[in-house]
Design a protein around this ligand. Structure first.
Ligand code: NAD
Length: 264
């Protein structure tokens, strides 16, 4: 039997206690990668989530609760990963939050938090992950951007600014690593039904006095021609491809998986 593709590698996935990050972490673990989980949540649930992954995929896992808005905690997490697993081979910068409001009503602290978590945290993890990746001449950095890294939507100023920023940061990281075995790419999902999007579904259902199901349908239909949500598992499969040898010359792309959103 062939060894799983990522056996012996370690993947650190920020914001992997929920949604897309969890989907990607599980996909990488299924291919043999040890996982460093990060994100908020109930301690008992995070323990059982790790236990499930260990049991299902026979990999090692660890968890660090660094707040991605705090550079000091990010540095502690990277140090923790280095000590626990001898460094990070695959870095998935995924943690993110959203806030929806017109610019003139946008709370300043929400702007700062979104830029810190959705953009600056990736600089802090990347700068600390690159030296050992370059020393081994192998690494994969995958930034979870968004269609909002490619196009805008009203009322999402901080999110769109952060996601366009991360697409730019992806290109620079790719260029600075271009002559090495380290690649950096961004994935740009359209709508994925996670807790981050469920909040927007709930707000729409309330504003328009419609059911949860009707709100989901109208939210997706507005932007995503397929009319269907993208799934964390599909995004996990794309991340896995970016980790493969076949993707070693995919460098600096912002790859949308969005049911046709950006094709319009
Ligand atoms: P989610 O709310 O399900 O998960 C977000 C994760 O980030 C959670 O694990 C949460 O604990 C963690 N997190 C939040 N703030 C954090 C902080 N300060 N420090 C550490 N961890 C923190 O959301 P999701 O939809 O899975 O989003 C994941 C990423 O995908 C985000 O970057 C988001 O912008 C992006 N994205 C989501 C969609 C979508 O439709 N859901 C579309 C495009 C891009």
């Amino acid at each position: 039997m062939q060894a799983p593709a990522l056996k012996g590698k370690t993947a650190l996935v920020t914001g992997s206690t929920s949604g897309i990050g969890l989907g990607i972490a599980r996909t990488l673990a299924a291919q043999g990668a040890n996982i460093v989980f990060n994100g908020f949540g109930d301690a008992g649930e995070i323990d059982s989530l790790q236990a499930d992954v260990v049991r299902e995929y026979s990999v090692r896992t660890a968890y660090h609760n660094a707040d991605m808005s705090r550079p000091g905690e990010i540095a502690a997490m990277m140090q923790f990963a280095a000590e626990k697993f001898d460094g990070v081979d695959i870095l998935v910068n995924n943690a993110g939050i959203q806030h929806v409001a017109n610019i003139e009503d946008f709370p300043v602290e929400k702007w700062d938090a979104i830029i810190a978590i959705n953009l600056s945290s990736s600089f802090h993890t990347t700068r600390l992950a690159l030296p050992s990746m370059k020393a081994r001449n192998w690494g994969r950095i995958i930034n979870i951007a968004s269609v909002h890294g490619l196009v805008g939507s009203a009322q999402k100023s901080a999110y769109v600014a952060a996601k366009h920023g991360i697409v730019g940061f992806t290109k620079v990281t790719a260029l600075e690593s271009a002559h090495t075995g380290v690649t950096c790419n961004a994935i740009c999902p359209g709508w994925v039904l996670t807790p981050l999007v469920q909040k927007q579904v709930d707000a729409r259902a309330m504003q328009e006095g419609i059911s949860n199901d009707a709100a989901k349908k109208s939210l997706v239909a507005e932007k995503q021609p397929s009319g269907e949500f993208v799934t964390p598992e599909q995004l996990g499969a794309l991340a896995l491809f970016l980790c493969s040898d076949a993707a070693s010359q995919v460098r600096g792309v912002a790859w949308n998986m969005d049911g046709g959103w950006v094709a319009q």
